[in-house]
Design a protein around this ligand. Structure first.
Ligand code: ADP
Length: 480
């Protein structure tokens, strides 16, 4: 979609994807866009947050003024929303502008801004200010609060995740440009951004540093059968038409169980990546609520959202057992509450499977026996996967893959991280009983020791050797 504002053309590329991506990671937009002086930069970030009344998309626009700060007057007018902006707003709304702004006056940020600007709170026509707010509320638009701190004008708006639409993103961009125009002031003319082109797109984001690149199934060491199985599942997700043609149903619930640190969370992320799905992790504290009925409400909310996901999404319930423990037949209030949670979960799982084939639910647990059998038996989790501790060969492979990745990310001309001749087979043998997470820790300790030595000596460090790694393994395993 594209539109014009203050003389500029704004093009928003694939707003739906931007909004979907913001559920998982903050999405930064417009951060390389250029504006007339004194605006030295402005960017828009869309993130997701959980509030008391459910999850929301949070839009934050930050506009920085360079050396030549806009006049106090102007900022004051923006932040305070008193007459100039208030009236402007009323005018815009009257003119049918779908974008409206409610300037929340009197909240802490605004008060602080008054003080910082050294101006008095306007003893203004309160009625008029209120009118602006009411007007803004009446228009079905976006509401942003505005504040000013340390040379940055900040606009912030929230929209319930269930309701967020591309129009909201458009509205926020418009609000941001409106603030820019207001800061530039009347002398910049009617079309202060004339001839400019702003591209609002995810492609603007620099590639995430390789250290934090998303994990893939190729990164998994050992567990070959399991990885193959997950690839199959991913295929079934990527080809819904083939599944439909044959009346086949793709799995919608996966239960992964096994000792901690064996890679269950990693596998879930890698699966999401393989499917090309968004990844949403639900942690226990997000659900468990000490108030009666609170946990049930939270679960319902999570599933209500899940039924609306339009893009493929993998929802991970980590440490599932702590959410839905099988509480036995205890008659006490606590176990009854937990049983109620399990009941709701079952119900919601059923509904979800019917309602939204875009979603796949993965639950992980270290204690499968603690998970109420009926949840698993009833076909809600149609794939059950045991993730065991790695054997010797698998451990060697985990070492090999982790070392290869470190080398790929950190080595550069003139810097060698690992000495030649690292024998991963031997490391696999020596690390008996260790999980993938333990192996990662063994490596982390060696990396840290080297880095500290590097810092102390100014770079006089030899690469990590086989002996360094063996020592680290020995230290982790302790005396036997
Ligand atoms: P779990 O969820 O089973 O407790 P995690 O997925 O959190 O385990 O594992 C922690 C870390 O250990 C992972 O991020 C990964 O770096 C590493 N890891 C565990 N198992 C493996 C494996 N089989 N291959 C590669 N890395 C692994």
């Amino acid at each position: 979609m594209s539109f014009e504002y203050a003389g500029a053309t704004v093009e928003i590329v694939d707003a739906v994807t931007i909004l979907a991506a913001a559920r998982v990671n903050p999405v930064e937009l417009l951060h390389r866009a250029e504006f007339p002086a004194p605006i030295s930069g402005a960017e828009l970030t869309v993130t997701s947050a959980d509030t008391g009344s459910g999850p929301v998309h949070v839009f934050v626009a930050e506009i920085r003024a360079g050396g030549d700060e806009p006049s106090r007057e102007r900022i004051r007018a923006m932040v305070l929303g008193n007459d100039p902006v208030g009236l402007l707003l009323a005018k815009r709304i009257a003119a049918g502008d779908v974008v409206t702004t409610r300037i929340v006056d009197g909240v802490g940020a605004a008060v602080a801004a008054y003080r910082r600007l050294g101006v008095d709170r306007p003893a203004g026509p309160a009625a008029e200010r209120e009118r602006a707010a009411v007007l803004a509320d009446a228009a079905a638009g976006m509401q942003a609060t505005v504040d000013y701190r340390d040379g940055v004008v900040r606009l912030r708006a929230e929209v319930a995740r269930d309701e967020v639409r591309p129009e909201h993103l458009e509205a926020m961009v418009r609000l941001m440009l409106q603030a820019v125009a207001d800061l530039l002031g009347p002398e910049a003319g009617e079309r202060p951004l004339a001839g400019r082109h702003y591209l609002v797109s995810r492609e603007n984001i620099p590639k995430v540093a390789t250290t934090t690149r998303t994990v893939t199934l190729d990164d998994v060491g050992g567990l070959a059968d399991l990885v193959a199985q997950l690839r199959q599942i991913a295929v079934s997700f990527r080809h819904p038409e083939a599944m439909a043609r044959w009346g086949a149903r793709r799995p919608q619930g996966l239960l992964m169980y096994g000792p901690p640190g064996t890679g269950k969370t990693m596998l879930s992320r890698a699966l999401a990546n393989e499917i090309g799905a968004d990844f949403r992790e639900i942690r226990t504290p997000e659900i468990l609520d000490k108030w009666l009925g609170g946990s049930e409400r939270n679960i319902k909310q999570i599933f209500r959202e899940a039924r609306r996901y339009r893009v493929p999404t993998l929802i991970l319930f980590d440490e599932f057992d702590s959410i839905i423990s099988y509480a036995g037949s205890g008659g006490d209030a606590a176990s009854q509450a937990i049983n109620a949670v399990a009941g709701i979960f079952k119900q919601e799982m059923n509904d979800l499977i019917e309602a939204n084939p875009n979603v796949i639910v993965v639950a992980t647990t270290n204690f499968p026996h603690r998970v109420d059998d009926s949840l698993i038996r009833s076909g809600r989790f149609d794939v059950k996967i045991s993730v065991p501790k790695p054997d010797e060969v698998s451990r060697a492979e985990i070492f090999r893959k982790m070392i290869a990745r470190l080398v790929a990310v950190h080595e550069e001309p003139g810097f060698t991280m690992f000495a030649d001749g690292i024998d991963v087979a031997e490391l696999g043998r020596l690390s008996h009983g260790m999980t993938g997470a333990d192996i990662k820790e063994a490596l982390r300790r060696v990396q840290l020791a080297k880095a500290m030595q590097d810092a102390r000596t100014g770079g006089m460090v030899v690469p990590i050797s086989q002996d360094d790694l063996k020592a680290s393994i020995g230290e982790l395993l302790g005396p036997r």
